[in-house]
Design a protein around this ligand. Structure first.
Ligand code: SF4
Ligand code: SF4
Length: 425
């Protein structure tokens, strides 16, 4: 099966159809993923509707299955037939390929164009954050936005921060580009942190500084490209990936770890940049990228993190996001939080059903809420505890249902160290 958009075979509709048919046959025989997401029940229902086992699934049915995939990657983690198995099955990437071919053929939809460009949205919101935040809470305007851009009016959207993260950095980090030997780590800040959640970046910088780790935020970073990829916009994702690779390559060549502040972006840099950009630099960047919780947990294991805290958050309900799990990280954030005296962590390992942009769309909002039911139920039950998630988008889902706003693990760490003013709450 073909997963590399630089090869002609990737864009060949007949080849895609044959690969999809083969994948459907394999999955139908396996059925291990029957309850992971809406894609698989739809797939099995389609296959069962055919009397003849050898019947070819129709293109519209293939599109339906692909459109119900929101790239959580849970099936990939479970699947015994991923490359290098001879079946060569990477179900999520196959679904992306289906979207990419349709986007190329029919054009990128207005919704995907809007959601695929978080920088433009972020910059627009930053012109007048107060008005922008009022607008995203105004039901009438949200219904209009739903009609124009297809974003469900019930979905809580990220708030626009009064100050962009990089503007805050400029004020607090005198040397923007210090000599390489004065840099220990590089932050890949992500659009979420840049425009909506600068507190995560500030907390990460404070925690690193407190532990004697010199971090920089190189100016000129762009979106990782995942939202564009989600909408099938391969060119948009590729342009952003190339730009970030060019910016980060000198640091990777100098052996500096690159810390991504959001799990989806970390995953893309680690797993997709080498295929998207096809260069030695992209491979190097993939190998040097770490989720910020991953880096801090490793530092803690090596005895490089201070264990003296000024306060404790007490009970924390922590959501382990799918894209954190897909990086092979099951315990990083939990270990960090449990290093704080008196911090009792319950980890909820359930899909938030929003990965990327899928759960924001009106067409999938109800499905998305259903997928996340077990996760949000647990957060409701533990409403009195501190809510925590390393994924801001998953946090939105939790907030939409429970009205509780989860914070990132580094924010809890920073507060517990007494670095952000105020206690752990
Ligand atoms: S990546 Fe997630 S949403 Fe997509 S098919 Fe796999 S389990 Fe379903
Ligand atoms: S993706 Fe893999 S594990 Fe899941 S149903 Fe298909 S073959 Fe089975």
């Amino acid at each position: 099966m073909e997963y590399n958009p630089h090869r002609d075979q990737y864009w060949d509709e007949a080849a895609l159809s044959a690969d999809m048919q083969q994948a459907f046959d394999i999955c139908n025989g396996c059925r291990l993923c029957y309850n992971l997401c809406p894609s698989f029940p739809a797939l099995f229902q389609i296959v069962e509707s055919y009397d003849d086992d050898a019947a070819q699934v129709k293109p519209a049915e293939m599109d339906l299955v692909a459109d119900l995939c929101f790239q959580c990657k849970l099936c990939y983690m479970k699947c015994p037939y991923i490359p290098p198995h001879r079946f060569d099955l990477d179900f999520p990437r196959l679904m992306l390929r289906s979207k990419a071919i349709r986007a190329k053929k029919n054009g990128i939809s207005r919704t995907d164009r809007f959601l695929g460009n978080p920088e433009q949205v972020g910059k627009m919101g930053q012109l007048a954050p107060g008005i922008a935040n009022w607008s995203v809470r105004n039901t009438g305007l949200r219904r209009l936005m739903e009609r124009i851009y297809g974003i469900d009016h019930r979905r809580h959207l990220p708030r626009f921060a009064p100050v962009r993260f990089t503007d805050w950095v400029k004020r607090h980090q005198p040397a923007q580009t210090p000599p390489m030997d004065e840099v220990d780590v590089v932050l890949f800040s992500t659009c979420t942190v840049e425009y909506h959640e600068p507190g995560i970046g500030q907390a990460a910088l404070e925690v690193l500084r407190h532990n004697g780790i010199r971090a920089i935020v190189p100016p000129g970073q762009v979106c990782c490209g995942m939202p564009a990829l989600d909408g099938g916009d391969i060119d948009g994702a590729l342009a952003r990936a190339r730009s970030n690779v060019e910016l980060l390559a000198p640091y990777a060549r100098a052996g500096k770890p690159i810390l991504a502040l959001q799990p989806t972006c970390a995953l893309l840099l680690k797993q997709d940049y080498p295929t998207l950009v096809e260069s030695e630099e992209a491979k190097l960047i993939a190998s040097k990228t770490k989720d910020v919780t991953e880096y801090l947990a490793e530092a803690m294991r090596r005895g490089k993190l201070k264990k003296e805290f000024q306060s404790s958050p007490g009970e924390v309900t922590y959501h382990l996001s799918c894209h954190t799990k897909a990086q092979g990280l099951k315990r990083a954030a939990k270990d960090l939080l449990e290093a704080i005296d008196g911090c009792d962590v319950e980890m909820v390992e359930r899909c938030a059903g929003i990965d990327g942009t899928w759960g924001l769309k009106a067409a999938y909002y109800d499905e998305s809420i259903k997928v996340s039911a077990k996760l949000t139920e647990r957060f409701q039950e533990r409403h009195a505890t501190h809510a925590c998630s390393d994924c801001a988008l998953a946090g939105l889902q939790i907030e939409t249902v429970t009205d509780k706003e989860p914070v990132h693990p580094v924010e809890i760490l920073a507060r517990s160290y007494g670095l952000l003013g105020g206690g752990a709450s």
